[in-house]
Write a protein that binds this ligand. Structure first.
Ligand SMILES: Cc1cc2nc3c(=O)[nH]c(=O)nc-3n(C[C@H](O)[C@H](O)[C@H](O)COP(=O)(O)O)c2cc1C
Length: 199
């Protein structure tokens, strides 16, 4: 039995989120194929720590049991992650950045101890795969500070990101802007169904 952590990082309303619709479809299909696996949900909109931005005024108490170590323990207990988010101002939603800031801690999720080449050793090697499901309002913006950044930081932490990143673009442009998230799934449905089989 595998444990799958499902992280919702979309800041859209629950019934109007294109990336959450992708995640829901992915998990629905995954459960059909893996009925005994455990699904754990984490909505970053509801987590206190993801509302906290690191500043010089809070750095002394920012990394604490409730906000950091509990979430790191959760990460060390799961096998796979499904992560959804949208592009926000050429980057990622701040709630996802705050989550990453809380869980990226030297000697807990990465270390330079034992490194012979100067590269960090990731300590989340228990995570066998991460499925990134993302959305964009347009299409012409670069993915470097968005999905590429997210993939790179998870790999830095030792997690594998084997699954192909799926991006549903042009969500704010007609006809997609006038359609529901369920209707917009049509564009990426085949990609999602294929990805579930390999996850
Ligand atoms: C504050 C804000 C900033 C955004 N910035 C961008 C952007 O830089 N590039 C882009 O393509 N879309 C941008 N969007 C559009 C969202 O990525 C798009 O609406 C997406 O479908 C929302 O996904 P979700 O429903 O999964 O939250 C932005 C949306 C918001 C609310």
């Amino acid at each position: 039995m595998k444990k799958v952590l499902v992280i919702n990082s979309s800041v859209s309303q629950l019934n109007n989120s294109d990336s959450l619709a992708m995640s829901n479809m992915f998990i629905e299909e995954y459960k059909k194929m893996n009925p005994n696996d455990e699904i754990i949900n984490l909505d970053l909109n509801e987590a206190k720590m993801s509302q906290k931005t690191l500043t010089r005024n809070n750095i002394a108490e920012y990394f604490n049991q409730e906000d950091s170590f509990d979430f790191i323990e959760q990460l060390k207990s799961v096998d796979k992650i499904v992560l959804n988010f949208s592009m926000v101002n050429w980057g990622i939603p701040a709630i996802l950045k705050n989550y990453i800031d809380h869980i990226t801690i030297a000697n807990l999720t990465f270390t330079y101890k034992g490194s012979t080449d100067g590269n960090a050793i990731g300590l989340l090697s228990n995570i066998q795969d991460i499925q990134i499901l993302a959305t964009k309002g347009g299409t012409g913006t670069p993915n470097s500070a968005f999905t590429e950044y997210v993939k790179n930081i998870w790999e830095f932490l030792g997690a594998k990101v084997k699954s192909e990143i799926i991006i549903n673009e042009m969500m704010d442009i007609p006809p997609y802007a006038e359609q529901t998230p369920i209707e917009n799934l049509e564009k990426v449905k085949e990609q999602i169904l294929k990805a579930v089989k390999n996850f």
